[in-house]
Unconditional design. Structure first.
Length: 202
């Protein structure tokens, strides 16, 4: 009888491992498709920013996620592209906005303060592993993936010093829809995208 239960437990553990492996494969396929969409979107955005030789800025933005941030002046405002790295939620994000400079206190000198607002699109991909049981044979878990996409607003202030450095504070709420593990619904974390940015101007 003891041998029977031992064999049954072993088979159950093996089946659980095979099921977990299948979930991982499906998750990887989904992530490859999402990464392809992100790459195409970023390539198009970078092509647009290269149309005119205008002042640029690159740096980091610290907020809901840590983000590599790039700005390119265009017209009476600037384009901003961001690639978010894993933060509070494990995952990545891609954002693109055009921001109109509504007020600038000193247009004659390099050091100035400006207030801006605008809008664009955002894409967030969250993936995380949920462990729901531990046993002698290992952990029983599932991989969850949520994809949020939608329009986003942008409002903030930034100050450029006389030397090539810029600091900014902004809020970029995304009013998007999320789909994936757990069904489809409103992407609530998109509303939390506020942050502080530090950039090098060139």
């Amino acid at each position: 009888m003891l041998l029977f239960f031992s064999t049954f437990a072993s088979e159950l553990g093996a089946a659980s491992s095979r099921s977990l492996g299948l979930v991982k494969v499906k998750t990887m396929i989904k992530m490859k498709r999402v990464c392809l969409v992100i790459a195409v979107f970023m390539a198009g955005l970078l092509f647009c920013t290269g149309v005119k030789a205008q002042p640029k800025a690159v740096g980091l933005r610290f907020g809901y996620v840590m983000e590599v941030s790039y700005q390119h002046s265009l017209g009476n405002g600037f384009l901003e592209a961001g690639l978010g790295l894993p933060g509070y939620y494990a995952g990545i994000s891609l954002t693109g906005t055009y921001n109109w400079v509504a007020y600038q206190n000193n247009t004659a000198k390099r050091d100035h303060f400006e207030f801006f607002l605008g809008g664009g699109l955002g894409l967030h991909v969250n993936f995380y592993r949920y462990i729901y049981a531990l046993s002698y044979y290992g952990a029983s878990s599932e991989w969850y993936t949520r994809v949020g996409f939608g329009p986003m607003g942008s409002i903030g202030v930034q100050y450029q010093f006389s030397f090539p450095f810029q600091i900014g504070l902004s809020w970029r709420p995304m009013f998007g829809v999320a789909t994936g593990s757990g069904g489809t619904g409103f992407y609530l974390p998109g509303l939390y995208d506020g942050g502080i940015a530090l950039r090098y101007v060139f």
